[in-house]
Design a protein around this ligand. Structure first.
Ligand SMILES: C[S@@+](CC[C@H](N)C(=O)[O-])C[C@H]1O[C@@H](n2cnc3c(N)ncnc32)[C@H](O)[C@@H]1O
Length: 229
C-alpha cells in the first residue's frame, strides 16, 4: 500500500516524554539510538543538540518540511477535539489540560520542523518503514518505538508486530516499545501472543513499568533483547 500523508496523524511527543516512556538512562542516551516511527517528535532534534547519536526512521520523511507543517496545521485541531471528547481515557496530572497538551505537542513539533532540513541532510531523518529497515545488522545499541506498534493493533496484524520487533532487534539488539495499549486505552490484543512468540524464538522479553502515564493505564513498555536468537 502506498503511504500517503493523509493517513498520518502527525502528533509528536517531546524529548522529556521519550526519556520517561522508555525509562532512558544517561548511559543509554549516550549510545547509538534508532527511533522508529518518530514522526514529528522532538526526540531526535533535542538529543542531537545535546550531543547524542540518533537516527529516526519513518515514512513521513519522504515529505518536505512544508508538506509536513501543512499536515500538522490541518489535523491539530481535530486531534485536540478528539482528546477533549475522550478526556476520560487520559491521566491529567503531568499534562493538566487539553490546552496545555496542544502547547506541548506544538512546541515539540516546531522543534522537529526546525531541525528537519538539517536532519535530512545529515541522514538523521530517514525515509523507511517497518517491517524492513534500511540499516545493516547491529547499527544501533537501542531501538525505541513510541505510539506505533501495539497502539495501532487493529490496523497492524500480530505477524506484523512479530516481524517488526525482530527487525528492530536485528538493527539494534534491544528494542523498547511503548505503550502496550491500543486506541481506546485498552490493552493491546497482540501483547501476549507477540511476547510468547518472541520468547519461543529465543528473544528475552520483559514488560517494564515506566515513569510515564498519559493514556490511562499506559505506563508499561515491552523490552525485547536478541538473547540467544
Ligand atoms: C502517532 S505517530 C507517533 C510519533 C512519535 N513516535 C511520538 O510518539 O510522538 C506514529 C508514526 O508512525 C509512523 N509510521 C506509520 N507506519 C509506519 C511503519 N510501517 N514504520 C515506521 N513508522 C511508521 C507514522 O508516519 C507516524 O509518524
Amino acid at each position: 500500500m502506498t503511504f500517503t500523508l493523509s493517513q498520518v496523524v502527525p502528533w509528536g511527543r517531546s524529548f522529556d516524554e521519550y526519556v520517561a516512556m522508555f525509562d532512558l538512562t544517561d548511559a543509554e542516551l549516550a549510545g547509538r539510538i534508532v527511533g522508529c516511527g518518530d514522526g514529528p517528535a522532538s526526540f531526535n532534534a533535542v538529543l542531537t543538540r545535546r550531543g547524542g547519536r540518533v537516527v529516526s526512521v519513518d515514512p513521513l520523511y519522504r515529505f518536505s518540511q512544508d508538506q509536513i507543517r501543512e499536515r500538522i496545521r490541518r489535523t491539530c485541531d481535530d486531534i485536540l477535539e478528539q482528546t477533549r471528547k475522550n478526556a476520560h481515557e487520559f491521566v491529567w496530572t503531568r499534562i493538566k489540560s487539553v490546552e496545555e497538551l496542544g502547547q506541548l505537542r506544538m512546541a515539540a513539533m516546531e522543534e522537529f520542523l526546525s531541525d528537519y532540513p538539517a536532519g535530512v541532510a545529515e541522514k538523521r531523518y530517514v525515509d523507511g518503514e517497518l517491517p524492513h529497515l534500511p540499516f545493516p545488522d547491529g547499527t544501533f545499541d537501542l531501538a525505541v518505538c513510541s505510539h506505533l506498534l501495539f497502539l495501532y493493533s487493529e490496523q497492524l496484524s500480530e505477524d506484523f508486530h512479530v516481524e517488526s520487533i525482530k527487525e528492530l532487534c536485528r538493527v539494534a539488539g534491544e528494542a523498547r516499545i511503548f505503550p502496550l495499549l491500543e486506541l481506546g486505552a485498552i490493552k493491546s490484543r497482540h501483547v501476549d501472543a507477540v511476547s510468547a512468540r518472541l520468547t519461543d524464538e529465543g528473544y528475552d522479553v520483559s514488560i517494564r513499568t515506566v515513569p510515564y502515564e498519559f493514556q490511562r493505564g499506559g505506563n508499561q513498555m515491552m523490552n525485547v533483547r536478541t538473547g540467544d536468537a
